[in-house]
Design a protein around this ligand. Sequence first.
Ligand SMILES: Nc1ncnc2c1ncn2[C@@H]1O[C@H](COP(=O)(O)OP(=O)(O)OP(=O)(O)O)[C@@H](O)[C@H]1O
Ligand SMILES: Nc1ncnc2c1ncn2[C@@H]1O[C@H](COP(=O)(O)OP(=O)(O)OP(=O)(O)O)[C@@H](O)[C@H]1O
Ligand SMILES: [Mg+2]
Ligand SMILES: [Mg+2]
Lengths: 273, 273
Amino acid sequence: GAKVMAIAQNKGGVGKTTTAINLGKALNLMGYKVLLLDMDPQGNLTQAFGCYRNEIGEGFHREGKDGKIARTEKQLMNAIMPEYNDGLLDTILPLGDGFHISPTDNRLDRALLSLEGNPMKGYKRLRKVIEPVKKYFDYILIDCPPTLGMLTSTSVIASTSVLFVMQPEPFSVAGMENLLEMIENARDYNPDVMVEGVLFTQYRKTKLHEGYTQSLRESVGHIRIFDTAIRLNTDLPEAVDSLMDIFEYNPKSMGAVDYRNVAVELAIADNKD
Amino acid sequence: GAKVMAIAQNKGGVGKTTTAINLGKALNLMGYKVLLLDMDPQGNLTQAFGCYRNEIGEGFHREGKDGKIARTEKQLMNAIMPEYNDGLLDTILPLGDGFHISPTDNRLDRALLSLEGNPMKGYKRLRKVIEPVKKYFDYILIDCPPTLGMLTSTSVIASTSVLFVMQPEPFSVAGMENLLEMIENARDYNPDVMVEGVLFTQYRKTKLHEGYTQSLRESVGHIRIFDTAIRLNTDLPEAVDSLMDIFEYNPKSMGAVDYRNVAVELAIADNKD
Ligand SMILES: Nc1ncnc2c1ncn2[C@@H]1O[C@H](COP(=O)(O)OP(=O)(O)OP(=O)(O)O)[C@@H](O)[C@H]1O
Ligand SMILES: Nc1ncnc2c1ncn2[C@@H]1O[C@H](COP(=O)(O)OP(=O)(O)OP(=O)(O)O)[C@@H](O)[C@H]1O
Ligand SMILES: [Mg+2]
Ligand SMILES: [Mg+2]
């Protein structure tokens, strides 16, 4: 079954969504079957792939390269509502060969309220919903919102590991402690959840960034830090603006090179051939 | 009394906290009395000014330039708890002459739960708490978290106006619609709340950024867009790393020039002499 990885960090704007888009695509280009889950009510991951809300109802639609429009009647919010039993597959749109997404919009806040209504069940809800579809994929990546509330908690509890995306700057580094504490608490519901490691993003060769990456590499011995740092690269937001992943937009860009290297590091560590 | 301004945006990492720090300081350097409220459980604004939690209890302490340590026994979370009646002044630490902060840490999440417990009261709570102290200040700036939940709602309802901090990139621009909708809903409790305007941050002279700033200037006729854009400037995170505002860290930097210009634009619009 799939490896499930939550992409998380309490600090906003560090590059969680950009990582879900491009690490997801890089793994897919290596031949893995990848599912992306948009667990952020902002719905940025959904927007980036050109998934649009249907005029009526709660589903989404997306035009493929071939001009054909794929459509769902439900979204991720529906699947995680406590009383919904039709499963996750109803919410999934194709992004390419072996590459899918379960899209979201701000109606996810409704599911948040009902999960918070019964926290014991809420914490385990996403794990329960993901279980039946794990066999169809190699990787399931979960894009988390910039909070440590129920949406991130239920995502971490559903995961095999948590990827810390981090800008090498004071506010983002300070956020790490809160996330580690939250993962510790999540172990009550998912004792096996691991920290995948720290991925530095929006990296620039300044004394500040070199200072933080250096000191973190020395101080968190027990946590893996990816060798690859994602450099600041304007091709990345430009790709989003063009409704493309970085490999479609500019395969020779620093962003494409960096995300491909991260995917290779990840796959090697997972010992997938 | 004071003009109260919420610094808000659902999108994470756009520069809300950086704006609270440096716009606050710039206004203070112009001679205005400024109070900063940290309404984000991450507590980045509190960290940036070197305010530390007391070993015991819920207050904070901070060492001034003169080496003297100022101390409080309560924090903002206490003041906004529904049953607390001692007021905001107990939570306030001095940052300089006519410059103060009400600090926060992740215990603010406790207040969030109790405000959500009774939303009708919760929405009006911060407005009620701020009212008695408005007479001591010219500006009260509220740093909001990257969500549109109760903490941002109660802040907007307590405010004279809302400053939209925005990175000229797809995800941030998309967040504007949600914020406008939330402000519309907040008018049920505060009919006079205005949109102060849009402040572009982390601006770089790329075709993407020029495209977004240009198209926004043309499309949102009814909303003011500040003439000044805050340019991407590594002095800003470096100042945070040195526990300084940008004027202390490097008064000749682009960050200092830009934030000073925004303060002037704001004060002129407010017709304060
Ligand atoms: N390596 C990079 N180089 C340049 N720009 C980047 C990079 N990574 C992300 N960005 C841009 O920075 C902004 C923040 O990134 P992103 O939205 O992916 O972060 P996030 O952590 O998902 O934010 P949120 O906390 O709001 O969910 C976006 O506009 C994105 O396009
Ligand atoms: N103009 C700028 N130039 C360079 N770096 C900046 C600029 N503005 C902010 N930053 C840096 O970008 C990061 C995000 O800024 P900041 O934390 O102020 O945003 P925020 O909107 O408050 O984030 P959150 O949504 O997490 O509250 C920080 O590391 C900050 O130091
Ligand atoms: Mg995101
Ligand atoms: Mg902030």
